[in-house]
Design a protein around this ligand. Structure first.
Ligand SMILES: *Cc1c(COP(=O)(O)O)cnc(C)c1O
Length: 434
């Protein structure tokens, strides 16, 4: 499968090129250039299939000629020592839990795969460096996934504020491969620096620089795997339409679901579950996209005003407007509705959701009532409820303890350098580590 820029159908590139260079020079983002029918691989998988097995089967067929089955099995084994979990709740709903990874959000899945596949792709290549901007836990996920990966250094940029959850033993001067840098500026400035440095090809080529942010296609592709995983676990119970309800902020998950459909997964719709930041809702219904100022809500990971994945969604829209209009159902859920849904779900199923999953549950109830009674919705639980304990307590009056692995995310760490938000300072800080 080749990848192309969202801004052009010309000059498709290999997966390796898309992963190691991250951004096409025309200002777009990489997306799969061709449709693959993967049904022959996953229609015969069943509830016995493990997640690494699924990944090890699907990856080499998607990336024929680039990753052989042995390499793919190595990647899947070394990436995933955690798995998604699908629980069928009743006739109407299932819950797909994606917070079993080291930092308690679905982002661990894409990052873990990217790190493992990069190490494999670099086996006969020079070294590479990933540069990523993060506000917090994603940095820990990146540091975990890339730690001790052969031939790869990971530079992580943080905006002003505390850095948490990193192990100094993994830093470059201590013999590791992680370089945390604090930028005296905002997250947007960190992200700007990442984009600039990747597009400065002579500099980027000197170090082999790419990004582990969601703009990297190597993070997007493996996110389609857990939609397939949910499907193989639930298919024998299905009698009618299948929908997924996806808590959506930057829309990476939703786009990955659309790709799973493109790969042949039989699915009838995706619910784009948003909070008050619902600028994409109008866009999905066919209006021009207007970024809105960000509103603060009780489902903070969905508080995104100007999603970087707009490019990918718009490109999908252009390709298949009918799919977008007839298969993607936007719903906006406010703070009160989120709390009520969290409480209702707990009373009904005895399971504590986080507020992002509660948004998805409420949206699922709303949208699926228009479908036939046999339809089934998989609700995607993107984050661990203990990470939003205050909101959970507000909704159900219960306190949940942070599991040990997540408590470690809250330990303070020092950066290796503190710099002004400009490229000269960043390049000097990187150079001083070698
Ligand atoms: C990042 C995140 C989201 C948003 O996912 P997108 O792919 O950006 O739409 C939702 N929930 C949680 C817990 C997250 O961390």
């Amino acid at each position: 499968m080749y990848f192309r820029s969202t801004k052009s159908n010309e000059a498709p590139v290999s997966f390796k090129e898309a992963v190691l260079h991250c951004l096409p020079l025309d200002g777009g983002l990489y997306v799969p250039a061709s449709v693959m029918d993967m049904r022959q691989y996953f229609l015969y998988m069943d509830t016995e299939t493990t997640y690494p097995e699924l990944a090890a089967t699907v990856t080499p067929s998607l990336l024929q000629g680039e990753l052989n089955p042995f390499s793919a099995a190595r990647v899947a084994e070394s990436a995933f020592d955690f798995e998604p979990e699908l629980r069928r709740l009743d006739e109407r709903f299932s819950l797909l839990t994606l917070y079993n990874g080291p930092t308690g959000t679905f982002k661990d899945f894409g990052i873990a795969f990217l790190a493992a596949v990069m190490e494999e792709l670099l086996k006969n290549n020079g070294p590479a460096m990933i540069i990523s901007a993060t506000r917090g836990d994603t940095g820990v996920s990146i540091a975990n996934a890339f730690r001790n990966r052969q031939n790869i250094t990971a530079v992580i940029l943080y905006p002003s504020g505390a850095i948490q959850g990193l192990d100094p033993a993994a830093y470059v001067p201590n013999g590791g491969n992680i370089i945390p840098i604090q930028v005296e500026g905002s997250f947007d400035e960190c992200q700007w620096m990442v984009n600039e440095i990747i597009r400065d090809r002579p500099y980027a080529d000197r170090y082999g620089i790419t990004s582990a942010n969601a703009i990297n296609a190597g993070r997007l592709l493996p996110q389609s795997f857990y939609f397939l995983y949910a499907f193989i676990k639930i298919k024998k119970y299905l009698n009618g339409d299948l929908l997924f309800s996806v808590p959506s902020g930057n829309f990476g998950n939703l786009i990955a679901g659309l790709y799973a459909w493109k790969f042949g997964m039989p699915v009838n719709g995706f619910i784009a579950a948003m909070n008050a930041n619902n600028a994409f809702g109008d866009f999905i219904k066919g209006q021009q996209f207007m970024p809105h100022p960000v509103k603060t809500t009780n489902s903070p990971a969905l508080d995104v005003g100007h999603p970087s994945n707009y490019e990918r969604l718009a490109s999908f829209y252009e390709e298949a407007p009918a799919v977008m209009r007839n298969m993607v159902f936007p719903a906006a859920i406010d703070n009160d509705e989120t709390l009520k849904a969290l409480e209702l779900f707990w009373k009904r199923y005895g399971i504590i959701l986080d507020p992002h999953a509660a948004v998805a549950y409420e949206a699922a109830q709303r949208v699926s009532s228009a479908f036939d009674p046999d339809s089934h919705v998989v609700i995607i639980a993107t984050g661990h409820p203990a990470k939003e304990a205050a909101t959970v307590r507000q909704a159900i009056g219960q306190t949940i303890d942070l599991p040990q692995r997540l408590a470690m995310l809250r330990e303070k760490a020092d950066p290796l350098a503190v710099i002004k938000p400009n490229l000269d300072a960043l390049e000097a800080a990187i150079a001083s580590c070698f």
